[in-house]
Design a protein around this ligand. Structure first.
Ligand code: ARG
Length: 468
C-alpha cells in the first residue's frame, strides 16, 4: 500500500526521498520493530480490537520475517523507513489485512519504542564490558600493590604512590561511569508504545500488556511525552561521553608513560605501530587514535543536544536525525572501552624505573615536613619552609634525597629559625624512603598496600554483585 496515495499527489523526488529516508540507520531497529509489532498485534488480538484470524496471520508473517532477516524487505528510499518496509512485507504475505497491524499505533510511538528496545541491549552489553574492564584492572592492581612509583600533580613529581593505587583511581572512576550508564538504563527502560501519534487512541488498547510483552519496567505516562522525549538518548550519550573522558585519560597516561623520558610502561606490540622511515620507532598509535576518537563521541552529544534544543513537544521529524548520532556514540564508546581495556591489561609496568623516579626528585619532601610536625611539634608551615629550603639547597649542591641527613637539615633550620631540630637519623631516612612513605599512608583511600588490598576486595565484591 502506498502511504502517499491518499493525501498526496505523486511521489517525492528521488533526492527528497533519499534525503528524508531513515532506512540506512533503521536497519539497527529491524528486529526491535518486529518485536514491537508482535507485541502490539498480540495485544490488539487479546483486546478483541482486530479479528483473531487476521491477527494470527500478521503474527505469522512477522515471525517469518524474523527468520528471513532484513534482506527480505524492500528498502527502496521511497519506502521512507523500516516501519513502512515491514508493513509492506506483511502486506505482501497476508494481503490488506496487514493494515490492522497499525490500528491504534503510529510510527511515532513505534520508533521511540524500537530505539529504547535496542538501546537497552546496547547498554547491558556496555555495562557488562565495563565490569570486565574493572575486574581486569583489579587483577593488574593485585600484582602491583608494592610497586612504587611517583605520583604527579601538574605532571610534576609530587608524592610517592604505587602503581596499584594509581590503577584503582581508574577503577573507581570506571565504577562511577558504570553506575551512570546503569542509571541511564532505568530511563531507557520505559515504554512509549500506545502513545500512538501523540494522544493515544480511542481503541481500548492495553498499554500495560504491551509494556509487559516487551519487558519494559515502566510505561511513559504521558503520550505527548511518549513520542517527544529523547532525553533517554541525551542522558545515555552524556554518560557515555563521561566514560570516554575516563578512557581518554587512561590512554593519555599510557602514551606519556611509555615515552623514553618516563619509561614507566611498555605497551604491548599488538597495540603499537612503527614508522615507515624511522626503523627504531614504537608508537602508541592505538592509544592515540582512542584519545582522538573520544572527541567524536562528544561531537555526537553536541549534535544530539543541538537537534533537541527548542523542539516543540510531540513528534517532529528532526527526531529522526538524532538516531544516527546515538548509534555512532554507542558504537564508538563501546569500541573505545574494549580496546582501552585490552591495551591496559597487556601493558607492562617497569618496576625499576618506577622506584628510580620515586627516589630521584624529592617526592618524599611532604613526609619530611610531616616528620618535623610529628616529632618536634613544629607548625606545618614552618616545617614546609625548612624542607622547601633544604630541597632547594640540595638541588643547588647536586645532592640526592638520600644525601639529606639531620645535620644537613639543621643547617637550614638554624638559618631560618635560629634553632637545631636534631631529628632522629633513622626517622629522617625512613621519611625520605618512598617505599616506607607509601606504607605510612594507611588512611581510607591511601596507597598503603593493605588499604589498596582492601579497596581491591571491596571493588571485587561490587563487580560480583553487579554481574549476578
Ligand atoms: N523514521 C522516523 C524516525 O526515525 C519515524 C517515522 C515517523 N515519521 C513520521 N512522519 N511521523 O523518527
Amino acid at each position: 500500500m502506498n502511504l502517499r496515495s491518499g493525501r498526496l499527489k505523486g511521489k517525492m523526488t528521488s533526492d527528497a526521498a533519499q534525503f528524508t529516508s531513515s532506512l540506512d540507520f533503521d536497519q539497527r531497529i529491524f528486529l526491535a520493530d518486529i518485536q514491537c509489532n508482535l507485541a502490539h498485534t498480540t495485544m490488539l488480538k487479546e483486546q478483541g480490537i482486530i479479528p483473531e484470524d487476521d491477527a494470527d496471520q500478521i503474527l505469522q508473517a512477522l515471525n517469518e520475517l524474523e527468520e528471513e532477516g532484513i534482506d527480505a524487505l524492500d528498502i527502496d528510499p521511497s519506502v521512507e523507513d523500516i516501519h513502512m518496509a515491514l508493513e509492506n512485507y506483511v502486506t505482501s504475505k497476508v494481503g490488506e489485512v496487514a493494515g490492522f497491524m497499525h490500528t491504534g499505533k503510529s510510527r511515532n510511538d513505534q520508533v521511540a519504542t524500537d530505539l529504547r528496545l535496542v538501546l537497552r541491549e546496547e547498554l547491558s552489553t556496555i555495562q557488562a564490558h565495563l565490569l570486565k574492564f574493572i575486574s581486569g584492572i583489579l587483577d593488574l592492581a593485585d600484582r602491583h600493590t608494592e610497586t612504587v612509583m611517583v605520583g604527579y600533580t601538574h605532571l610534576q613529581h609530587a608524592q610517592p604512590t604505587t602503581f596499584a593505587h594509581h590503577l584503582l583511581s581508574y577503577a573507581y572512576a570506571l565504577k562511577r561511569d558504570y553506575e551512570r550508564v546503569k542509571d541511564a538504563y532505568k530511563r531507557v527502560d520505559m515504554c512509549p508504545l500506545g502513545s500512538a501519534a501523540l494522544t493515544t487512541t480511542s481503541f481500548p488498547i492495553d498499554r500495560k500488556r504491551t509494556c509487559e510483552l516487551l519487558g519494559f519496567s515502566k510505561i511513559l505516562k504521558n503520550s505527548i511525552d511518549g513520542v517527544s522525549s529523547r532525553d533517554f538518548i541525551s542522558e545515555t550519550v552524556s554518560s557515555l561521553s563521561i566514560l570516554c573522558i575516563t578512557l581518554s585519560k587512561i590512554c593519555e597516561e599510557l602514551i606519556i608513560w611509555s615515552t623514553y623520558e618516563f619509561g614507566l610502561i611498555e605497551i604491548a606490540g599488538e597495540y603499537s605501530s612503527t614508522s615507515s622511515i624511522m626503523p627504531q620507532k614504537k608508537n602508541p598509535d592505538v592509544a592515540e587514535i582512542a584519545r582522538a576518537k573520544c572527541a567524536g563521541v562528544y561531537g555526537e552529544l553536541v549534535a544530539i543536544l543541538t537537534i533537541l534544543k527548542s523542539l516543540p513537544q510531540s513528534y517532529n521529524r528532526d527526531l529522526q536525525e538524532v538516531t544516527p548520532h546515538l548509534w555512532s556514540a554507542v558504537d564508538s564508546s563501546h569500541s573505545l572501552l574494549n580496546i582501552t581495556a585490552d591495551m591496559l591489561s597487556t601493558t607492562e609496568f617497569n618496576q625499576e624505573r618506577g622506584e628510580e623516579l620515586a627516589e630521584a626528585n624529592f617526592s618524599t619532601a611532604t613526609e619530611l615536613a610531616d616528620l618535623m610536625v610529628k616529632e618536634k611539634k613544629l607548625p606545618f608551615r614552618v616545617a614546609h619552609q625548612i624542607v622547601g629550603r633544604t630541597v632547594s639547597k640540595a638541588i643547588e649542591e647536586g645532592l640526592k634525597p638520600s644525601d639529606i641527613n639531620p645535620k644537613y637539615i639543621d643547617m637550614v633550620a638554624q638559618e631560618l629559625t635560629g634553632e637545631n631540630l636534631k631529628l632522629d637519623g633513622k626517622l629522617v631516612k625512613n621519611a625520605l624512603d618512598p617505599k616506607k612513605v607509601v606504607r605510612t599512608r594507611n588512611v581510607i583511600g591511601g596507597p598503603a598496600p593493605e588499604m589498596v588490598e582492601e579497596a581491591i576486595s571491596n571493588l571485587r565484591e561490587f563487580v560480583d554483585r553487579e554481574i549476578k
